[in-house]
Design a protein around this ligand. Structure first.
Ligand code: UT7
Length: 323
C-alpha cells in the first residue's frame, strides 16, 4: 500500500472589482490590443481597499472545505503559497487558520513567488506521505496589485488578485500511476536570476517596494524551464506527455502557455486557460485554474493533470497528479 495525497476538495475566490484592459488606456500609453496580443490578458480582479491576502485565502479555503464536506478542525495543516502576506509576521496562513475557526494543527506560508503553489503542493505531499498530516489545506492567495508601480506599463497591466485552494487527504493507493493523488513533484531554483524579476523593497532593505521585471528575459527562460520541469516530473514516474489529460499551467502569458504545451507535444484543447480573465495572480493562478477548470466541466475525477509554474528567483517546478 502506498499513501497518496489526494484532492478531495477545491475552491476559489476572486475579488468583486474587475478591471478591463481598456481602463489602463486612460492612464498609460497602452492599448487593449497590445495587452491582449502580447499576454492574452483581457481583464483581472483587484482586491478592494482593506481587503487582504488572508481575506481572499480564507474565502477560497472555505469553498474548498465546503466542496470536501469538511470542517476546519478536520484539517491537520494549512500551507499558504504567497508573496503578498498581510503582515511581515505572523504568517497569513495562521490568520486564515483563525478566520476559518481552526483551533488545532499548524499553518505556515511558503514563498516561491509564481512557483509557490507547486512548492506548497510538494510540501503538502511530503507531510502526508511521511505520515505527519492526514489532511492538508493548500492555498495560493495573492494581492499583487499592492506591488505594482502604476506608471510601469510593462508590468502593471499583467497582474491580478485572487485565491484558490485544494484539500488534500491521505488515501491508500497501489503504488502505480493509476492511483489518484500526487504522483510526482519536481522543484528547482536558481538565485543567479534574481535581477530579472524581483520586488525592489522588503523588511531588511527599506519599503514594501514595487515589482520589477525584465519581461523578455523571463519569457526566454519560461518556456524552456517549464517544459523541462514538466518532463522531469513525468520522467520520475516513467510517464509520457501523451498520457496527460490536462496541463494546468501557471497563468502568466498565453504565449508562454501555448509555447510550453507545444514543446511538450500537447494540443491546445488539453490546456486549462484562465489568463484572459484573471491576469497573472502569481501563486494563486494554478489553484484558481484547477477550480475554474473543474467548474467548467473540463477536469473530471481520474484525469491525469500536470501543473507547472515559474517565477521570481528564478524558482520553477511541476507536479503530476491524478484528480
Ligand atoms: O509570473 C512570473 C513570470 N512572468 C512572466 O512569465 C512574464 C514574462 N514576460 C512576458 O509575459 C512578456 O515579456 C511581456 C508581456 C511582459 C512583454 O511582451 P514582449 O513581447 O516580450 O514585449 P517587450 O517587452 O519586448 O516589449 C515590446 C515593446 C517595447 O517597446 P519597444 O522597446 O519595442 O519600442 C515596450 O516598451 O512594447 C512596449 N510595451 C508596451 N506597449 C504598450 C511594454 N509594455 C507595454 C504596454 N503597452 N503595456
Amino acid at each position: 500500500m502506498t499513501i497518496r495525497a489526494t484532492v478531495i476538495g477545491v475552491g476559489h475566490y476572486l475579488p468583486d472589482r474587475i478591471v478591463e484592459n481598456a481602463e489602463f488606456e486612460k492612464t498609460l500609453d497602452t492599448t487593449d490590443e497590445w495587452i491582449k496580443s502580447r499576454s492574452g490578458i483581457e481583464r483581472r480582479h483587484f482586491a478592494a481597499e482593506g481587503q487582504t491576502t488572508s481575506d481572499l485565502g480564507t474565502r477560497a479555503a472555505q469553498a474548498a472545505l465546503d466542496d470536501a464536506g469538511l470542517a476546519a478542525n478536520d484539517i491537520d495543516a494549512i500551507i499558504l503559497a504567497t508573496s503578498t502576506a498581510d503582515l511581515t509576521f505572523p504568517s497569513a496562513a495562521t490568520m486564515i487558520q483563525t478566520s476559518l475557526g481552526m483551533t488545532r494543527g499548524f499553518a505556515f506560508d511558503v514563498q516561491a513567488v509564481c512557483a509557490g503553489f507547486a512548492y506548497a503542493l510538494a510540501n503538502a505531499n511530503a507531510l502526508i506521505v511521511s505520515g505527519q498530516a492526514k489532511r492538508v489545506l493548500v492555498i495560493g492567495a495573492e494581492t499583487f496589485s499592492r506591488l505594482m508601480d502604476w506608471t510601469d506599463r510593462g508590468t502593471c497591466v499583467l497582474f491580478g488578485d485572487g485565491a484558490g485552494a485544494l484539500v488534500l487527504e491521505a488515501q491508500d493507493g497501489q503504488g502505480s500511476n493509476a492511483d489518484r493523488g500526487i504522483l510526482s513533484t519536481d522543484l528547482n531554483s536558481d538565485g543567479r536570476y534574481k535581477d530579472i524579476l524581483y520586488v525592489d523593497g522588503g523588511v531588511s532593505t527599506h519599503s514594501t517596494g514595487h515589482l520589477r521585471m525584465q519581461g523578455k528575459e523571463v519569457f526566454r527562460h519560461a518556456v524552456e524551464k517549464l517544459a523541462s520541469t514538466a518532463n522531469a516530473a513525468m520522467d520520475k514516474i516513467g510517464m509520457t506527455a501523451d498520457e496527460i489529460d490536462w496541463i494546468v499551467p501557471h497563468q502568466a502569458n498565453i504565449r508562454i502557455i501555448n509555447g510550453t504545451a507545444k514543446k511538450l507535444g500537447l494540443s491546445r484543447d488539453k490546456v486549462v486557460v484562465t489568463v484572459q480573465d484573471h491576469g497573472n495572480t502569481s501563486a494563486a493562478s494554478i489553484p484558481l485554474a484547477l477550480s475554474v477548470g473543474k467548474e467548467r466541466g473540463q477536469i473530471k475525477p481520474g484525469d491525469l493533470i500536470v501543473t507547472e509554474a515559474i517565477g521570481g528567483g528564478l524558482a520553477w517546478g511541476a507536479v503530476v497528479l491524478r484528480w
